[in-house]
Design a protein around this ligand. Sequence first.
Ligand SMILES: Nc1ncnc2c1ncn2[C@@H]1O[C@H](COP(=O)(O)OP(=O)(O)O)[C@@H](O)[C@H]1O
Ligand SMILES: O=P(O)(O)OC[C@H]1O[C@](O)(COP(=O)(O)O)[C@@H](O)[C@@H]1O
Length: 432
Amino acid sequence: MVVVHKDGARGVHFRRAGPRQKVYFEADEVQAAIVTCGGLCPGLNTVIRELVCGLNHMYGVKRVLGINGGYRGFYARNTITLTPKSVNDIHKRGGTVLGTSRGGHDTKKIVDSIQDRGINQVYIIGGDGTQKGASAIFEEVRRRGLKVSVVGIPKTIDNDIPVIDKSFGFDTAVEEAQRAINAAHVEAESVENGIGVVKLMGRNSGFIAMYATLASRDVDCCLIPESPFYLEGPGGLYEYIEKRLKENGHMVIVIAEGAGQELVSESVQSMGTQDASGNKLLQDVGLWISQKIRDHFAEQKTLPITLKYIDPTYMIRAIPSNASDNVYCTLLAQSAVHGAMAGYTGYTSGLVNGRQTYIPFYRITERQNHVVITDRMWARLLSSTNQPSFLDVKGDHEEKEEEETLHQVPNERISKVTSDNNEISHVYPAAC
Ligand SMILES: Nc1ncnc2c1ncn2[C@@H]1O[C@H](COP(=O)(O)OP(=O)(O)O)[C@@H](O)[C@H]1O
Ligand SMILES: O=P(O)(O)OC[C@H]1O[C@](O)(COP(=O)(O)O)[C@@H](O)[C@@H]1O
C-alpha cells in the first residue's frame, strides 16, 4: 500500500498491509481530534504540536480539533481548532494546551460526540487508564461500524506503561529530579549529620527514583514501591542512616511516592479514597518518613540530626520536555499519524527495542511496568548506593536465595525478564 505525501515527491510506502488495516481516508476527508487525559507529563504539548504539524505537513490534513479537558471534553466542553500556526510554540511550555482531567469517561457519550462532530481520526494521549478508555472507544466504534481510527499515544511520567522502551517525559523528569537531589545534598552536607529527603513521583513503579538515583551519585538510599523496606533493627533503615552519618557526616534519601505505603497505613489512619479515575490516593510517605527519622534520632539522643524534606513532584511534572524527549515526542506523533493515514486503528504508537511500532490496545492495558528488583538495574543501584537490600524482612532461607539472585543475576533469568518485559510477539512494526 502506498500513501503519498501532499507534495507527492516523498511518498511513504507501506509494504505491509497488517491485519489491523481497516479505515483509510483521503487527506481532505480527515477530521482529526486530539485529547489529553490523566496527569501532566513533560512533552504533552510537543506531541500535540507534532500531531497537528504531522497531519498537515506530511498529508495535507487541514481539519484538526483539540478536545478541551480530557475525555469529558468530548461531550461537556468546547473544542478548539488546531493549526500548525496556533501550535507553533506550544512545545516550549509545560502542561497541555488542551487541558486534562481524571474520571468522566462515558464511552457512549464520547462516541456519540465523535459521530456528531464527524470526527474520523481520534488521537488519545494518556497513561494506562487513558489507553483503557481508548480501547473502550475503539470497541464501541467497531460495534457501531463507524469509519473512525482510534489511536493511542502512551503518556506516563511514572514510566509504568508496559511493552514500550520508555515513556516520553521520563528523561526530562529524571533530569529535573537532579536539581532537587542536588539541593538536598547541598543542604545535608552543610550541617553536621544532615539528612536530605527527596520525594519523587511513582505511584506503583519506582523508575524515576531509581534512574534519578543512578544518575545523581549523591543518593545514599533509594526507596521504591517494588522493594519493601523496614525501619527498625538489623538491616533496617535507621541502622543504615546511623552508619552513613558516622561514615560520611551527611546523607540523601530518595523516596518514590508509592514506597512504604503499607508502613504509613500502619501508623497513620488510611484515607482509603480514590481519585476520579479510580486510582488509590496515597499517603504522603515523604512527610511521614521524615518525621519518623526525626523522632527516632530525637529519642535515641546519640546523634543530633538536621533533616530537610524536599517535595519537587509537581514541579518536575509541570516543566516542558528536554531536547531528547522533544525528539522522542516527534517520532511518536509522526508515527501515530502515519499509522492512521495508512488505515490502521486500535493501536498505541510506541518505541519497542528502538523501533517505532503499533501495539494493540490490549497489550498496553493488560499489566503495568514495574522495576524488577531481581533484575540488573536494581542490583546496579544497590551497588552504587551501598544501601541495604532490606531482604531481612523475609525468612533467612528466602533472603539467601534472593541475595544469590541479586549478586549472580544469571543470564537465563535476565533474558526471561527482558523478553517478558518487552512482549513483542504481537507488536506490529510501524508504517515507516
Ligand atoms: N478502565 C477504564 N475504562 C475507561 N476509561 C478509563 C479507565 N480507567 C481510566 N479511564 C479514564 O482515563 C482517563 C485517565 O485515567 P487516569 O487513570 O486518571 O490517568 P492515566 O491515563 O494517566 O493513567 C480518565 O478520564 C479516566 O476516567
Ligand atoms: O495529583 P494528581 O494530578 O492526581 O497526580 C498524581 C499522580 O500522577 C502521577 O504522576 C501519575 O499520573 P498518571 O496517572 O496520569 O499516569 C503519579 O505519579 C501521581 O501519583
